[in-house]
Design a protein around this ligand. Structure first.
Ligand code: SF4
Length: 387
């Protein structure tokens, strides 16, 4: 079967909300760079059918950073990590709400409250409820998602009663290789938490991280497992390699590979919020705007422990592409209507791409190796957030 036939079949199935045929899915991942625009255009047909030109902005607030007892090998907050990330205990509700307010003012429709750890204690839930209360008091219309690790039975109900809308818990990688990236909990633990959240009335959010050595077959396997969970939003992350973690020197993604994976996930999740998440700037680089024709959601500004591009650049990129924000009341800032010059990295802060003798993007000559840059502003610091 040629690629054109596979793409036609994938679009037809997606518009009917059917799961992709496995061979056609694998053909997308195996397609040549010369066919990239055909792949993106096919996924864009699906994206535009269900989401037109709308983009949802999400904003991350890291409530508690580092010091995690779990050993997820991709994570800068894992036990034993020597990554130079911020380490702090729970920030207070006012600090979290102030960061959320800045993001809402910039157009964020969802605030994602995250804390490192295996799972929340009862005391943690009380803290989170206070923070949710403060944010919803200031912004009654904003969606609150929380991500606190593995949930015990009943905890989702407590969160829902506190005003939480969604719960994030990613499956991250295929079941068949989960033990290669984490030994302190398993794939089925993660599946169970997503199911617990949904049973408790929270909107399930669950996604993936790519660039950790997974094969095409494993990417398809994970897509199918995620689809079985019935998520209402699916974050697609591309590994942000942190020096000081076991995956700090990984460099296996190209912008084209990222776009093929993202497009494939649109076929699997045609009418679901598909979020282009961590690693967007590092791995898509100048091709970020193309990805917006596939994903309908991004994070504004920084990530949990690493920097994103300036929030004003995110907004300018959306405006330049003719996208509108979900829930947008109208123009809010001149930055959203014209190109915004890149802010130079402050003195002492390295650029996001570190030159490498071997070259980045899987060793492509002339391309810098991607390295995550630790966040030094926003929650947990005296500096304002990047919105
Ligand atoms: S991903 Fe979560 S559970 Fe795993 S090490 Fe990082 S903070 Fe801990």
């Amino acid at each position: 079967m040629g690629l054109d036939t596979s793409l036609d079949g994938l679009v037809t199935a997606a518009l009917e909300r059917r799961e992709p045929e496995r061979d056609a899915a694998l053909a997308v991942l195996a397609s040549h760079d010369a066919d990239l625009l055909d792949v993106v255009a096919a996924a864009a047909r699906v994206r535009h059918r269900f989401f037109a030109n709308r983009v949802k902005l999400n904003f991350l607030v890291n409530l508690k950073s580092g010091l995690c007892p779990e050993d997820c090998s991709y994570c800068s907050q894992r036990r034993g990590s020597t990554a130079g990330v911020l380490r702090y205990n729970w920030i207070d509700p006012d600090e979290a709400a102030a960061a959320a307010s800045a993001a809402v003012a910039a157009g964020a429709a969802r605030v994602c409250l995250v804390a490192s750890g295996r799972g929340p204690s009862e005391r943690d839930l009380v803290r989170v409820a206070a923070t949710v209360g403060e944010i919803t008091r200031r912004h009654p219309g904003v969606e609150i998602c929380v991500s606190l690790g593995l949930l015990a039975e009943g905890q989702a109900d407590q969160l829902r009663e506190a005003g939480v809308f969604a719960y994030n818990h990613n499956l991250n990688t295929a079941a068949s290789r989960y033990s290669e990236i984490c030994t302190t909990h398993g794939f089925t633990d993660r599946q169970a938490t997503v199911a617990t959240a949904a049973r408790g009335g929270l909107s399930p959010c669950s996604g993936a991280i790519f660039g950790m050595g997974e094969s095409d077959v494993e990417i398809v396997e994970l897509a199918s497992a995620l689809r079985d969970l019935g998520p209402e939003s699916v974050p697609v992350n591309f590994l942000m390699p942190f020096e000081g973690t076991p995956m700090g020197d990984r460099d296996e993604l190209s912008p084209q590979r990222c776009l093929r994976i993202l497009s494939l996930y649109r076929f699997y999740f045609p009418d679901v919020e598909l979020r282009l998440a961590g690693g967007r700037e590092l791995h898509l680089r100048s091709l970020q705007p193309l990805a917006l024709h596939v994903a309908n959601s991004i994070f504004l500004g920084d990530y949990l422990t690493s920097e994103g591009q300036p929030g004003a650049e995110d907004l300018a990129m959306l405006a330049d592409g003719g996208f509108v924000l979900e829930g947008d009341p109208g123009p809010r800032s001149p930055a959203a209507s014209s190109a915004v010059p890149s802010s130079p990295a402050p003195a002492g802060r390295p650029d996001r791409l570190t030159p490498s003798a071997a070259g980045g993007a899987g060793g492509a000559p002339g391309v810098a190796r991607p390295v995550a840059i630790p966040r030094r502003r926003g929650p947990g610091t005296p500096e304002p957030p990047n919105t």
